[in-house]
Design a protein around this ligand. Sequence first.
Ligand code: NI
Length: 227
Amino acid sequence: MKYKALLALACLISSHANAHKAGDWIIKAGPISVQPSVDSDPIDVAGLQTFENGVDVDNDVQLGLTGTYMLTDRWGIELLAASPFSHDIELEDAPVTAGDTKHLPPTLSLQYYPDFGSDTFIPFVGLGLNHTVFFEEDASADLNLALDDILSQPAGTTDATLDLDNSTGIAAQIGLDYMISENILINGTIWWIDIDTQANIYTADATVNFDVDIDPFVYFLSVGYRF
Ligand code: NI
């Protein structure tokens, strides 16, 4: 009788979700939005013209993936990856798209899962390191025409190259896992990531450099699997 009662209790407990445990893996996938809050230096084009307000960088949504490994019941380590983001770069002082770039922002975070006594609502905070790799940067035709104008060259002369330096910086996050069963969860996570780059525009006659802080908030909504 005692044995049967224990078995019934064990079944009851195991049919409920548990909080994350040391050794658990949690894989999540879903839409992820990078929303830059840009702070750009002025752009000085060879002393001929200055764009005081620099550039802005627009938002993009891609597929985000995270993998978490629980080192203990309270501490986890998480890697964020995503399909490549693509952003237009706008000149703030003129109605001109200066160019576009792609980037990958892998981010490794140490996470802390405080014990609030719930096995279904599992909040966490994290702190980590981001490395952003910019690639396939393109200067636009509009930028080339604007540079021809500023450099007093015939239209079609300038064929500028745009290059953005890679960035390594701190990433802070806050998130919530909601267990809908023992293995399946729904998650929302927000990161703030310190991404600072130097933009370099090269033409045959001039090199233009300026600093851009992109410092985005990153929003992730996902479905996860724990095993
Ligand atoms: Ni910054």
